[in-house]
Design a protein around this ligand. Structure first.
Ligand code: SAM
Length: 270
């Protein structure tokens, strides 16, 4: 059994059972183009999968987990859970020259460290792509579980990893394949939008492009499943496909709605 190695906003751990219930009975290759923390991917343990994310620190982490798990763990052992050290590491991405000097293992290790020692497991960047999460003041964050690192590494050996826009997967999908989309959600209201995953945000044009990719998958004879917020816009966008309503407890959300249960939709073409 593998578990995500980082905490990720919008992580799908609590919806896994709903999602598994709604998977197609049979399919060939598994694709997840908005991999994030990869809750479903690590749970399903597919061989020959294809994962992608726009965030290069995240995809570098998965490549290092796959290719250099031992070096990654040794590097993680050097970190200290102190505010001054935290901000020294955080600030590195403000200086391109310094950042480029880090090895890819050091970058992956820094990413896990910031995620575990930062506030609430939140990874957020500003418009320049720089991490701006404050120190989290946790007592003893555990940076890794060796058994889990090795099991994730094993799973990833068989996985293709790309960095960039979700359309990266398009030319690789074939009839009978399955794609799980977990994009940044359509905001519930104007004020509750959370667009800090990347320096670009995820606007209406992107939501439309994503719908077009779903139509392409349908025409190809492949399967897709997509998570999103339960809003009239999403219903309109995916009209003609199947809707399943599920409930999730959101912990990182707009101030007003706090931590209550929120309805989400899962759209499928099967
Ligand atoms: C809701 S999160 C996915 C959460 C994931 N399912 C989990 O369990 O942790 C959305 C992800 O989409 C990525 N993203 C944002 N814009 C993107 C784009 N245009 N193409 C690909 N990935 C993108 C973000 O970096 C983020 O990791």
């Amino acid at each position: 059994m593998s578990k995500p190695v980082i905490k990720w906003v919008g992580g799908k751990r609590q919806l896994i059972n709903d999602i598994k219930r709604l998977l197609p009975k049979k399919y060939n290759r598994y694709f997840e183009p908005f991999i994030g923390g990869g809750a479903l991917f690590f749970d399903l343990k597919h061989t020959n999968a294809f994962i992608n994310d726009y965030n290069p620190e995240l995809t570098n982490l998965y490549k290092i987990l796959r290719d250099n798990p031992q070096e990654l763990m040794s590097d993680l052992d050097k970190h200290i859970n102190e505010s001054e050290y935290y901000y020294e590491l955080r600030v590195l991405d403000r200086d391109v020259k310094k950042f480029k000097k880090l090895t890819l293992v050091e970058r992956a290790s820094r990413f896990i460290y910031l995620n575990k020692s930062g506030f609430n497991g939140l990874y957020r960047v500003n418009s320049k792509g720089e991490c701006n999460v404050p120190f989290g003041k946790q007592k003893n964050p555990r940076y890794y579980d060796a058994k889990n690192i090795m099991s994730c590494s094993e799973l990833l050996k068989d996985t293709e990893i790309t960095t960039g826009d979700f359309e990266n997967i398009k030319e690789h999908i074939k009839e009978g394949d399955f794609v799980y989309f977990d994009p940044p959600y359509v905001p519930l209201s104007e004020t509750s939008s959370f667009t800090g995953y990347t320096d670009k945000g995820f606007d209406e044009d992107m939501q439309l492009r994503l719908r077009e990719l779903c139509d392409y998958i349908e025409e190809l004879g492949a399967y897709f499943m997509l998570s999103n917020s339960d809003t009239p816009y999403v219903k309109e966008l995916y009209e003609g496909y199947k809707f399943h309503i599920v409930e999730a407890t959101r912990s990182i959300n707009s101030k007003a709605s706090g931590r209550g249960k929120i309805k989400e939709v899962i759209v499928t073409n099967y």
